[in-house]
Ligand binder design. Structure first.
Ligand code: SF4
Length: 470
């Protein structure tokens, strides 16, 4: 049995940030090469601290869904996941045994050599008949920032494509370092020029900065009076959103497995947690704000506030992904980075098989089943605030300066809207939803949302009337 975990950055504010990772998870799931494909995030749930607990097998491959190596792939992800590794990740990845699971952590997808194929695929989309006679290729990178060294991989890709002889000239240009993208008319001589942004996603840079710096007006732009004569530029979409990235991910996973071991077993604690949940579900169960009702061999999920409403009044969902997309936003349309905040949307019901119920519950309340079961077995160890604060680096290092009163002030504001009980602040949870108390869910450690709010508090940026819902 094998689990694949894709790690994204996620966002506390922007509900669309996680979508690219969902999409790749779905593409890989469809190929049935792994028993499960799970997504985890720095700023959403399941968090980096929780995600390993949510995997069903003892054989886990973790792939950071980042375009380049840097602060997140080398510092934050290994630290938060407890990999006992910091700094550059070797080409063969890092392998560790964590809590009975063999975990293999790979390089980010963007540095894999097969990204060259993705660049070429993007180039072909805008100019299918590119030729070594008259076409130049510009591989366009962000350039090195404090946290990333994205230029190395852009140069490597440009070099590989140059060697293949598919273009008259191949240049690596950057937004934020030399050679800058705006210099292209002086250095690129070919009449046709393909530009492929080496970026993870469509966004401010690909939609505004790059077109502005290059003088582009759309996918095809003519420059009649350039120093080297008339030139036509074909602007491709970013590499990170190409479906072929799914192949790159699979290459990485395959290489991390080395000689292709036998795979792992079912992780016992994980399975016991889900069996405890399913036992409750077969009898009918409330977990937090959600009601699970058995119905002739299938299960129905709905917001407990919609109990008794006729099905015809509710939107019926039939897949775990449908449930995921439904619970990502509140009824007011706000993003829900913390799923146990009491703002589960209403007006829907899901009808699911037992296997789909598990996946749907994972999306409704990530890590809640596993952590609550562990708590009930006295196996969930709380992490006190001081330990969480000490671990923080970068812009979050300043939470170490927070006074206990400041942390409590934030927690009272944010956590009061959350179903979980703060074990990390010394609170006790005696009954859980597994023994009939729907709101009985433990919180072993301050979530990144609270860490970010404490940072605001320390910076004096948290105004009065600030609400947990943002
Ligand atoms: Fe909920 Fe507070 Fe725990 Fe975050 S830290 S999960 S808001 S109880």
């Amino acid at each position: 049995m094998r689990s694949l975990v894709l790690i994204g950055h996620g966002s506390h504010l922007n509900g669309e940030s996680a979508v690219a990772v969902y999409r790749y998870a779905e593409l890989i799931r469809e190929r049935h090469l792994f028993d499960e494909v799970i997504e985890g995030y720095w700023k959403e749930e399941p968090s980096l601290r929780q995600v390993l607990k949510t995997t069903a097998s003892t054989d886990v491959t973790v792939i950071p869904m980042f375009i380049s190596e840097g602060y997140f792939t080398e510092t934050v992800i290994p630290r938060e996941m407890g990999l006992g590794h910091q700094g550059p990740v070797p080409p063969e990845g890092v392998a560790r045994v964590i809590g009975g699971r063999t975990v293999r952590y790979t390089l980010p997808y963007g540095v894999h050599p097969s990204m060259t194929d993705v660049i070429l695929a993007r180039a072909r989309e805008v100019l299918p008949d590119a030729s070594p006679e008259d076409t130049a290729l510009i591989v366009l990178g962000h350039g090195t920032t404090r946290n990333e060294n994205s230029n190395k991989v852009v140069y490597q890709n440009a070099e590989r494509i140059r060697e293949a002889g598919l273009f008259a000239e191949v240049q690596a240009l950057f937004l934020d370092e030399d050679p800058k993208v705006g210099t292209w008319p002086d250095t690129v001589r070919s009449p046709r020029v393909v530009v492929v942004p080496f970026f993870a996603s469509e966004g401010w840079h690909t939609l505004e900065t790059i077109p502005e710096d290059m003088g582009l007006t759309g996918t095809v732009t003519d420059f009649p009076e350039n120093p080297h004569g008339h030139q036509r530029v074909y602007y491709a979409r970013p590499v990170g959103t190409h479906a072929a990235v799914a192949d790159v991910i699979l290459h990485l996973a395959e290489e991390a497995r080395g000689a292709g071991g036998p795979g792992g077993d079912t992780e016992r604690g994980h399975e016991a947690a889900w069996q405890a949940f399913l036992k409750g579900a077969r009898a009918g169960l409330r977990v937090g704000e959600v009601l699970v009702t058995p119905e002739l061999g299938v299960f129905e999920l709905r917001n407990a506030l919609d109990e008794g409403r006729p099905g015809a009044e509710l939107t019926t969902l039939v897949t775990p992904e449908g449930v995921r997309d439904q619970v990502r936003f509140t009824d007011g349309g706000e993003h829900r980075p913390v799923h146990t905040l009491r703002n589960l949307p209403r007006g829907w019901r899901a009808v699911l098989s037992e296997a789909d119920l598990r996946r749907a519950m994972h999306y409704v309340y990530p890590a809640v089943i596993e952590e609550t079961y562990a708590h009930d077995c006295h196996a969930l160890r709380p992490t006190p605030w001081a330990t969480t604060a000490r671990r923080q680096t970068g812009i979050y290092a300043k939470v170490q300066k927070a006074t206990p009163a400041q942390v409590e002030h934030v927690a009272q504001d944010v956590c009061s809207g959350c179903l979980r009980t703060r074990l990390w602040a010394g609170h006790k949870l005696t009954q859980s939803f597994l023994n009939g108390v729907p709101g009985g869910i433990p919180c072993a450690e301050a979530c990144t949302f609270v860490v970010a709010e404490v940072r605001e508090e320390v910076s004096g940026k948290r105004g009065g009337g600030h609400s947990h819902s943002h």
